[in-house]
Structures are given as structure tokens and as C-alpha cells.
Design a protein around this ligand. Structure first.
Ligand SMILES: NC(=O)C1=CN([C@@H]2O[C@H](COP(=O)(O)OP(=O)(O)OC[C@H]3O[C@@H](n4cnc5c(N)ncnc54)[C@H](OP(=O)(O)O)[C@@H]3O)[C@@H](O)[C@H]2O)C=CC1
Ligand SMILES: O=C(O)[C@@H](O)[C@@H]1OC[C@H](O)[C@H]1O
Length: 476
């Protein structure tokens, strides 16, 4: 792991599994208190200089990071596949996302860093200036281990901060590889550190450390709530990007081919392990059966297999624990009366394989109250629920504790515009699917988050304001 500019190993280590084989891929160090103290002491000094550099100077360094990512793109994609299990095609897309997050940070090169406010007294000036925060702690998940590293590091560095990352214990290798890329690109030593270990151990200690001035988290709502509580006594800003339970709503008048294709893509991307995934699909009764028929044709054609094989479309779940969680949701839904249209557990042709394979699964006859509709599944499982009226489906969509992303398909402009007002979500897509764009604002409502990432609003969260009163009267 990268401790204040030094690559450090430890006697105590923890395994990293390959989800496609179930075998141990490698071991990584277990960060301890001494590593945290060293990391933060070095970051504190490095940030003082970095924060005084101009945006243009910082942009030059970040531009070199993009070039170095490009130079190592395939190697980085292979690392994502090995530890997270997404297909090589999806992993190459993730590395493209890495570059996009840095590219957006570069657009801040000529950023407006404050404003002069009209003073109520002559010969005086009142300015509100934007400044770096200092040291940022980033707690990141396993579903996009390289892209979410970039989503946090790029704005944090561009705004003049240092950053210490605690990657998920499931996928530390991508963060370590990205830290090497930053080092090779010329990011000054100590500005980017990666501490490997458990969230409730080194992650908690990082969040609670007095030198950490802001925390940014992407992960489950459970983790986000714990981290918010851990940071509360320090009264520091916390950004939370948490769980999702995105509805796809298909009205009778929708372009059905478009709705089927995008509901399908949005559910099974990354084996369903995306916070913006289609977690539940509501279909108006008039087109419900045709929608299900067309969707099943696509789902039953999906190729589940070796993520390094260019022909594979879905890799394994990231861990056995995650596999067990998804299986419990499916079995619970069937026990509650849902109909299993396809899938439901391990694919037959991989029944004896050690990988964490889960067959693409579709459930019908599902009611809105079922756990599989109310709770985040985060796997290749799609429950489909029929509805009759606009008011009914809006009530269904808004009925969960989550409020990150929602999608709707309709050709009626009144319905579309009304949905953008009535849906209680931080992101609403009409007649299109994701992913979100880096210049937008990836923000969750309700239990899906606090603050947000990306765009101008996400960038601003890595800065703080200073108001300056300047009296330039010439003598008295
Ligand atoms: N809204 C969004 O943009 C996204 C949301 N998610 C959500 O995250 C979940 C899956 O990701 P997953 O990594 O399993 O999420 P987890 O919540 O398990 O972990 C996320 C990160 O938080 C760390 N962590 C957990 N508890 C604490 C704590 N008390 N203090 C400090 N750090 C802690 C974890 O460390 P450790 O390594 O020990 O697990 C990990 O690095 C899903 O629910 C998914 O929806 C995922 C991606 C994006
Ligand atoms: O966090 C998620 O799951 C999504 O926001 C995902 O993360 C990186 C990708 O660029 C996003 O689509």
C-alpha cells in the first residue's frame, strides 16, 4: 500500500479473491495506526505546497495522469476483471470512465474561484474566496474500483487537496494500480495515499483522524450511516453516494423496443452491481405480457462466462457473500408468491464451477411490498410489477427508502414532464438509460446519499469558502 509516498508491505495481510475462479488472487497489506499517522503527516505537508499551486499548474499534472492511464489502460482493465469479475469489455469501459473523471477535473483549469461582493462602505472590498479543504478521506466500494478512485481523486487534487483512499477489502488492487499511475505521472509524493484493510478498522480510524477535513464515501447505505456517525463529532463535511433501488417505468405508449432493450441493459450491466441499475421494472398492464416476452428473449440469450473471454456478457458476482444475499432475495420472492420466469441461482452449465456465477433472473407476479422490490438486490435479478394508472406507479416508485436514479419510458410529453416533478430521486432519465455523465451531478435523495459527485456541484464539495473584508482607505 502507498503510505505517504512510500510503498509499504506488512507481515499481516488479507487475501484478494478472483470471483471467476473462487481462488485467492493475491494478498495485500493490512494498514495499522502507524501507517495512518505517517500517511497523514506527509499528506499534511505535501498539501500545503500543492494548495498554493495554481489551477493551471495542477491541471498539467492531472493531464499527465490521463496520458499515463491511457498508456496502461489494458493492464488496468485486466486488474479490474481479476479482482471484481466484470467482463473485459465492461472493464475497458470503466477505464474510459477513469479518464472521463480526470478530464472533467481538467475543465476547472480556468475556474471562477470566488466573487467580489458590493461593500456597504467606501474604499472597502468584500470577497468570498474558494479554497482547498486540506486532506480528504475517500472510502470507496468494489463495483467500480478504478472509476470511483478517479471520481474522488481527480476533483480532490484539482481543488488543491491531498487525498487518502481506503478501497473495499474486496478490490484493493485497482486503487493500488491507480496510485502507481498517479505516482508515475508526477503527482507529488504524499498527495495520494492508499491504505488497504477493513472499513470498520482502518477506514473508521481514517474518518475519525483529526487531520482529515472532509470525507467522501461511495458504498452501501449501511456503511454511509456508520461513517456519517463516525465523522459527526469532528463537524466536517461528508459526501455520501449510497445504495440505489432504481425503478424503470414503462407506460402503454412507450417505444417498447427501446424500453425493453434499455431495461435489459440497465439491469444486467456489471452483473447488476451498479448503484444506478434497474432494480425493479413497472410495466403498464396493456403492454406487460409483450414486454415480458421480449425481455425474456434477450435475457435467455445472455452469455455468462469467463470475464476475460471477449464473448462473455456477464461475469460472476463479486463474492460468495454477495451471491448468497442475491439468492436469498430470489428465494424469498418465490416463497412470497412471485413466479420465476428464468434463472434463480447458479447457471446449470456452471453448477460445479467455483466462481460466484449467478444466472440472469426474471421474476413476474411480483407485488410492490415484497422485499425484492423494496430492498437493494445489487445483482442480475429483475422483478417486474404491473401497474394501471400514473398515480399508482408514481406511488410505487417513490415507496422505497432510496432515491438515487429513476427511469421512465413514455411518448406523452405531459406524462414525461410530470414525472420529472413527481419522482423523488436525485437523477431522473426519460426515454434513455444511463450511465450518468461526468458533468452532471450524481446525487442521491433519501437513504441514497448526501451531497453528491461530479459536475460543478460535486467539484465544489472539495472546496471551502473564505470571506475577506479589505479596507484600503488611504490614511485617515
Ligand atoms: N450510490 C452510489 O454511487 C453507489 C452505491 N453503492 C452501494 O454500495 C454497496 C456495494 O458496495 P460495498 O463496497 O459492498 O459497500 P460497503 O458499504 O460494504 O463498503 C463500501 C466501503 O465502505 C467501507 N466501510 C464499510 N463500513 C465502514 C465504516 N464503518 N467505516 C469506514 N469504512 C467503512 C468498506 O470497507 P470494507 O472493505 O471493509 O468493506 C468499503 O470500502 C451496494 O449497496 C451499492 O448500491 C456502490 C457503488 C456506488
Ligand atoms: O457508483 C456507481 O455504481 C455508478 O455511479 C457508476 O460508478 C462509476 C460509473 O461511472 C458509474 O456509472
Amino acid at each position: 500500500m502507498l503510505v505517504g509516498g512510500r510503498w509499504v508491505s506488512t507481515d499481516e495481510t488479507r487475501p484478494v479473491d478472483n470471483p471467476a475462479t473462487g481462488d485467492v488472487l493475491t494478498e495485500v497489506p493490512e494498514a495499522g495506526p502507524e501507517h495512518l499517522e505517517e500517511t497523514l503527516a506527509v499528506a499534511y505537508k505535501a498539501q500545503k505546497d500543492w494548495g498554493r499551486r495554481t489551477y493551471a499548474e495542477r491541471a498539467d499534472v492531472l493531464a499527465a495522469v490521463i496520458d499515463t492511464v491511457e498508456e496502461h489502460a489494458e493492464e488496468l482493465a485486466q486488474i479490474v476483471v481479476a479482482e471484481q469479475g466484470k467482463t473485459i469489455t465492461e472493464a475497458r469501459g470503466e477505464i474510459g470512465g477513469v479518464k472521463a473523471f480526470f478530464d472533467f477535473a481538467l475543465t476547472q483549469k480556468y475556474r471562477n474561484v470566488g466573487e467580489v461582493v458590493a461593500s456597504s462602505a467606501a474604499n472597502r472590498q468584500l470577497m468570498v474566496r474558494e479554497e482547498p479543504i486540506g486532506i480528504v478521506a475517500a472510502i470507496i466500494p468494489w463495483n467500480f474500483p478504478a472509476a470511483i478512485f478517479a471520481r474522488k481523486v481527480a476533483p480532490a487534487l484539482m481543488a488543491g487537496n491531498a487525498i487518502v483512499l481506503k478501497p473495499s477489502e474486496l478490490t484493493p488492487l485497482s486503487a493500488l494500480a491507480m496510485a502507481k499511475v498517479c505516482e508515475k505521472a508526477g503527482v507529488p509524493a504524499g498527495l495520494v495515499s492508499v491504505l488497504t484493510g477493513g472499513g470498520r478498522s482502518i477506514g473508521k480510524a481514517l474518518v475519525e483522524h483529526p487531520l482529515v477535513g472532509m470525507v467522501t464515501v461511495t458504498g452501501s447505505t449501511r456503511a454511509g450511516r456508520e461513517i456519517l456517525a463516525q465523522a459527526a463529532h469532528k463537524v466536517i463535511p461528508v459526501s455520501l453516494e449510497l445504495g440505489g433501488k432504481a425503478p424503470v417505468i414503462v407506460f402503454d405508449d412507450a417505444d417498447l423496443d427501446l424500453a425493453v432493450q434499455e431495461a435489459f441493459e440497465s439491469r444486467f450491466w456489471n452483473c447488476g452491481q451498479v448503484c444506478t441499475c434497474n432494480e425493479r421494472t413497472y410495466v403498464q398492464r396493456g403492454v406487460h405480457d409483450e414486454f415480458v416476452r421480449r425481455l425474456l428473449e434477450k435475457v435467455n440469450g445472455l452469455v455468462v462466462g469467463d470475464p476475460l473471454d471477449e464473448g462473455s456478457q456477464i461475469g460472476p458476482k463479486v463474492s460468495q457473500a454477495e451471491w448468497d444475499k442475491v439468492k436469498a432475495f430470489v428465494d424469498g420472492a418465490v416463497d412470497a408468491g412471485a413466479r420465476l420466469e428464468t434463472g434463480g441461482g447458479r447457471p446449470e452449465d456452471l453448477a460445479d464451477d467455483k466462481g460466484f456465477w449467478f444466472a440472469p433472473t426474471v421474476l413476474t407476479g411480483v407485488s410492490n411490498e415484497m422485499d425484492i422490490v423494496q430492498q437493494e438486490v445489487f445483482g442480475p435479478v429483475l422483478p417486474i410489477i404491473p401497474f394501471d394508472t400514473y398515480d399508482e406507479v408514481v406511488e410505487y416508485a417513490n415507496s422505497t427508502d432510496y432515491g438515487l436514479t429513476a427511469y421512465a419510458y413514455t411518448e406523452d410529453f405531459r406524462t414525461a414532464l410530470s414525472l420529472t416533478e413527481d419522482l423523488e430521486f436525485g437523477e431522473v432519465y426519460i426515454n434513455q438509460t444511463g450511465p450518468e455523465q461526468v458533468q452532471g451531478f450524481h446525487t442521491g435523495w433519501k437513504m441514497s446519499g448526501l451531497g453528491g459527485d461530479d459536475g460543478q456541484h460535486g467539484f465544489e464539495r472539495y472546496t471551502r469558502k473564505k470571506t475577506v473584508y479589505l479596507d484600503y482607505r488611504r490614511g485617515s
